[in-house]
Design a protein around this ligand. Structure first.
Ligand SMILES: [Zn+2]
Length: 383
């Protein structure tokens, strides 16, 4: 039983991140774990985060949707969580997967504002509508996770709809995210690279790519580390990135970030770290056709270059065209620039392209983050 819960928590771990290019909504973990009416279970449960992520995934009609979670420092020692859950949250905090801070209420709004993301919260920010006009102007920017017939659902505070809406990054957010930032606190999980911290500081610290840094918080207009409260140093322009996505059977299964620092291998099961594994979404035939590492993607001077490294070759669908006569072969060892809405196709129906350009809208049942132990979600032990 404990093992099953650990597996679910591991699955949820893959859906929390502070990367501005990947997070799809912002929430306050301390609030979400206390949505007792979602399951009628214990006063606090980390599994409710999984339920809310599933609700978001269903509404966005996309798999593997990550959320940006802010976490009040007090939660790390919250006695309503099990010791295992507290340990997991501490690990997420140490790894920079969640953002730990003293005043999560305001920060949640700030992150949503800077990144243009929807908020998942039951809190009504009526007094702050002047400061953040999108709270009322963009229905779907604030959604309350509520109990629903087929599991937790989302309900917009304004207008009553249920579709999450992404806005633009605010002008300040765009400015902050154009730079990389350095925290002077040794081993800072969010803005690392500050140096010092003893002989083992580097081992303890997550090697966070500057491209994935979260947005700093602003204190009197000064970019500040939300965790340590110290002024951040400007580390120069943030490296260029491109957000790509895997589409299998017409559905976006996961997004990933391509940087100029490191190529990314995509295939059935690439051995390299940072490789994108497709195996879990493929049928037997596709699994036989697609090589362990099938294509290599690189970002060079702002251009996405795809190289086939497979046994069987790939194809290019120019401008996302699904017309067979327009499909161009990409032979083993051949390279090509992937521009605009071009998709590279590893096998019929298995495509990679820019996340914002991929066609969507197929009827969809996302894979639950709780799927590995569905009965556990139903049977949360009562306290
Ligand atoms: Zn810091």
């Amino acid at each position: 039983m404990r093992f099953e819960i650990s597996k679910v928590l591991d699955a949820i771990e893959g859906r929390v991140c502070t990367d501005p290019s990947l997070a799809r909504a912002v929430l306050d973990l301390a609030e979400v774990i206390r949505y007792q009416d979602l399951d009628g279970g214990r006063p606090a449960s980390l599994l409710r985060l999984g339920m809310v992520i599933d609700a978001l995934s269903r509404e966005l009609e996309e798999d593997s949707v990550p959320v940006y979670a802010v976490v009040h420092r007090a939660l790390l020692s919250d006695a309503d969580l099990t010791s295992n859950e507290r340990m997991v949250v501490r690990r997420w905090a140490d790894d920079g997967l969640v953002e730990v801070l003293d005043n999560p209420g305001d920060r949640m709004l700030e992150v949503a504002d800077l990144l243009g993301l929807p908020l998942l919260t039951r809190v009504r920010f009526d007094g702050l509508r002047g400061r953040f006009p999108w709270l009322v102007e963009q229905p779907g920017r604030v959604l309350a996770p509520v109990p629903g017939a087929g599991g937790p659902a989302l309900l917009a505070h304004v207008g009553g709809g249920h579709t999450p809406v992404e806005g633009d990054r605010s002008p300040v957010g765009a400015k902050l995210l154009a730079r990389q930032w350095r925290c002077t606190e040794p081993g800072c999980a969010l803005f690392g690279g500050g140096g010092g911290g003893g002989a083992f500081a580097d081992l303890a610290r997550v090697d966070r790519a500057p491209a994935g840094q979260p947005p700093p918080t602003l204190r009197n207009g000064v970019p500040t580390c939300p965790r340590h409260g110290v002024r951040l140093g400007d580390g120069g322009p943030r490296p260029r990135t491109e957000v790509l996505a895997v589409r299998v059977g017409g559905l976006i299964r996961r997004r990933f970030v391509l940087t100029e620092e490191q190529p990314v291998l995509v295939g059935r099961a690439p051995d390299t770290s940072g490789g994108i594994m497709l195996g879990q979404w493929l049928n037997d035939e596709a699994r036989r056709w697609i090589s362990r590492s099938h294509i290599r993607l690189e970002l060079r001077v702002g251009e996405v270059i795809v190289t086939d490294v497979s046994t069987n070759g790939s194809g290019i669908r120019p401008n996302g065209s699904m017309t067979e006569s327009e499909r161009l072969p990409l032979a083993p060892n051949q390279s090509r620039v992937l521009s605009g809405a071009d998709m590279v196709e590893l096998y019929p129906g298995v495509q990679i392209g820019r996340a914002g350009e991929l066609p969507t809208g197929a009827p969809f049942t996302p894979t639950s983050v709780m799927a590995e132990a569905p009965t556990m979600a139903m049977r949360l032990p009562r306290s």
